[in-house]
Design a binder for this molecule. Sequence first.
Ligand SMILES: [Zn+2]
Ligand SMILES: [Zn+2]
Length: 185
Amino acid sequence: MASSCPHCKDRNLHPSRIEADLPALSCEGCGGSLLSLVAYRHWRENQPGQESVDTSDDGLDEVKDTSIALCCPKCEHFMTKFRMSADARNQIDLCVHCDEAWLDRGEWQLLDRLALAGKLTQMFTQPWQNRVRSTEAERRAELRWSERLGEHYSRAQELREWLRSNPQAREILAYVNQIRDDIPL
Ligand SMILES: [Zn+2]
Ligand SMILES: [Zn+2]
C-alpha cells in the first residue's frame, strides 16, 4: 500500500535516496521525505568515523519548516516534533510508534550543514531537547545583558571570560566587590 505525504495528503510517497546509500520515501509535491530510523541507523553504522564538519552557517534560516502537527503516513498517529539545534528553528517530526522521521525539503541538507546528520537518533531524546532549550535560554539572557550594559557589554564579557579561567577568580571578585558600597545606585 502506498503511503501518502503527511503534508500534501493527496500525493503518494515514492522511493528515493537522501544519500547515495540512504533510502527514503519522498514526496514530489513538497520535497519532504519519510526516513525510517532503521535505514538511518544502518546508514550511520556504515559511515566513516570522522564526520565532516562544515562551519559555514550562511543561509540556515532558508529552510522552511512545517509548524502544523503531521500524521504518520504509516500508522496515522500524530508525529512528535523535535528541535534539531539552537541554531535553527526547524523541528523534525518523528512517529514514535513506527520510528519514522519526516524531513521537510532541505532539512537533511540543513542537518548536514550543522554537522548533525550523524546525530539524528540523539536528537529524539529528552536530554538533547533540554540542551536546545537551555542554550536558547542562555542566549536570550545574554542578549538582555548586552542591551542592559550597552557599550560596556564587550568589556564586561572579556572580564567575565578572564575570571572564568582564572584560578583566583573568587579572590579577585572579593577584592573588586569592596568598592560596591562606594558605587552610586
Ligand atoms: Zn508532500
Ligand atoms: Zn507511525
